[in-house]
Ligand binder design. Sequence first.
Ligand SMILES: CC(C)(COP(=O)(O)OP(=O)(O)OC[C@H]1O[C@@H](n2cnc3c(N)ncnc32)[C@H](O)[C@@H]1OP(=O)(O)O)[C@@H](O)C(=O)NCCC(=O)NCCS
Length: 176
Amino acid sequence: MKMKFAVGDQTYEIRPISQEDLEAILEVYRQCEDFLALGPVPTASMEMVLKDLEISKNEGGIFCGIFVQDGKMAGIIDYVPENYGGDPKRAYLALLMIGAPYRSQGLGQAVVKAFEDEIRKDARITTIMSGVQVNNPQAIKFWQRQGYRIVSGPILHPDQTTAFDLRKDLDGIVDL
Ligand SMILES: CC(C)(COP(=O)(O)OP(=O)(O)OC[C@H]1O[C@@H](n2cnc3c(N)ncnc32)[C@H](O)[C@@H]1OP(=O)(O)O)[C@@H](O)C(=O)NCCC(=O)NCCS
């Protein structure tokens, strides 16, 4: 479940978070308030972090920190490795947030690749689903560059965000 990768000469590790990481997660959330501002609750809080951890747990998710070599947390990724929506072939990338100081250095792209390599270890998984808020054009561009296609119209979710469904097929055939 641990994923290691490098960007340039910096190495990173993705691993499931533990109780001691809560403050660091909150700090990443604070560094992502530009993103939170696109949704219903613009301000980061421990309550928000704990709620997201609870939702992840209930959906069979693995909530991970993205750690720099020095131990600092640069971001988080939350994913469901299998059986998403009752389909054994589907994984789900629920949330990816890179803290503002760590963005635009190729880290987001490297995290997505490390995550996909991990998912591909389970040969049953053919499809990764995700979602992106309709009012986040930079993220839409980012996901399309990683090979994710928009496969729905705008959907209003219970958390009051409006998002497109995203999909990437892992057999290497990408419909462009
Ligand atoms: C969207 C997000 C995950 C992208 O992560 P990131 O680490 O900034 O992404 P990358 O650096 O891999 O790619 C982003 C940009 O950096 C560029 N880039 C890639 N490698 C690079 C490198 N080695 N050096 C400099 N720039 C690089 C990319 O071309 C891309 O360019 P553009 O956005 O200017 O067109 C991140 O910005 C984020 O967490 N945002 C807030 C939360 C959010 O919106 N999450 C998505 C929710 S679905």
